[in-house]
Design a protein around this ligand. Structure first.
Ligand code: MEV
Length: 329
């Protein structure tokens, strides 16, 4: 076969944040779970680089461009096809899943015999997210998509989680450090029902809005710290397997996010509809639109309520597989 170039497919999960979005950008603890919904990328040798039939372009595909420069030692042109069931720009980590899957496929093509290195892959995916979010991005989405399962971020090493690695980033507000852990958490009869408002809200805009609010009114950092306190309570409950308490912490976390100004009328409608049949409800991700999440033992009734209120629904169990190579030919 010599140097013959092969096709490769890789997939990565989206994520749902249970506690701590926005506050995690400022070093507070947060937890995300990998969801069942995945993004798949196939890469096939071609005469020039393309993504779903359009030429690869640094403005349209900044994540892919960055990964190509970091991972493809030889510039062997590839046609990329992206598919899957993670809605775009909806708070479910579709861009990190794209980075994770593209990174895994590129790594395989250029370093076939080396094992996939999750630490390096998630670091690259984090840098791609940071680039897209004007330098303000936690490693939450990237690490959850790469590692799968349940991921805990904190500004300190936590005894309760399995420590994976440290991430550092120079943000406009100074250098940040996150300790990334895997959390053991599994539950057979608990579901996440994700309700999509259909309103696209760019993460960069939402993150910048919070940064502006904090710089105009520095005392509001108390609100960020309060999210951290609630997240800590939620993490303890998750480790104990006390899903009633997990739900309480999620709903409390939502009220703090709403005060911070990152909810929206559409999110509030879906949250209100899901509340009676859920253990807990909150927006998930950057907010302003996108998705809410309900933690429930009755996914059918909760889904129906969200759909009646105008939301599109996805159902997932907690903690799914991380990035993986799906096929090579
Ligand atoms: C986005 O999924 C979560 C935010 O906390 C941003 C970040 O962590 O980079 C809003």
């Amino acid at each position: 076969m010599g140097d013959a170039v092969e096709s490769t497919a890789a997939s990565a999960p989206g994520k749902c944040i249970l506690f701590g979005e926005h506050a995690v950008v400022y070093g507070q603890p947060a937890v995300a779970v990998a969801i069942e919904q995945r993004l798949t990328v196939t890469m096939t040798p071609a005469s020039s680089w393309s993504v779903d039939g359009s030429p690869l372009n640094s403005k349209k595909h900044p994540h892919i461009m960055m990964l190509k420069e970091a991972l493809m030692s030889k510039d062997t042109p590839m046609a990329l096809r992206v598919s899957g069931d993670i809605p775009n720009a909806s708070g479910l980590g579709s861009s990190a899943a794209l980075s994770a899957a593209v990174g895994a496929a590129m790594h395989h093509l250029s370093a076939e015999h080396e094992a996939l290195d999750n630490d390096r892959l998630s670091a690259l995916a984090h840098l791609a997210e940071a680039h897209a979010q004007n330098g303000r991005a936690s490693p939450m989405d990237a690490s959850t998509s790469v590692e799968g399962g349940v991921v805990l971020l904190s500004n300190q090493r936590e005894e309760r989680g399995d420590w994976l690695y440290t991430r550092r980033l120079a943000t406009p507000e100074g250098e940040r450090t996150w300790e990334v852990h895997a959390l053991p958490a599994a539950a057979d009869d608990i579901y996440l029902v994700l309700g999509n408002t259909g309103v696209h809200a760019p993460t960069a805009r939402q993150v910048a809005m919070v940064a502006n609010a904090l710089s105009a009114e520095p005392h509001r950092m108390q609100e960020i710290k309060a999210i951290g306190t609630v997240a800590r309570r939620g993490i303890e409950a998750l480790i104990r397997g006390d899903y009633e308490a997990v739900g309480h912490a999620m709903s409390e976390n939502h009220l703090l996010l709403r005060n911070l100004g990152v909810s929206s009328p559409e999110l509030e409608d879906l949250i209100q509809a899901a509340t009676p049949t859920s253990l807990g409800v909150k927006l998930t991700g950057a907010g302003g639109g996108g998705c809410m999440v309900a933690l429930t033992r009755d996914p059918k009734t909760t889904s129906e309520a969200i759909e009646l209120a105008g939301g599109r629904v996805l159902i997932s169990r907690l903690g799914n597989a991380g990035v993986r190579l799906d096929s090579q030919s």
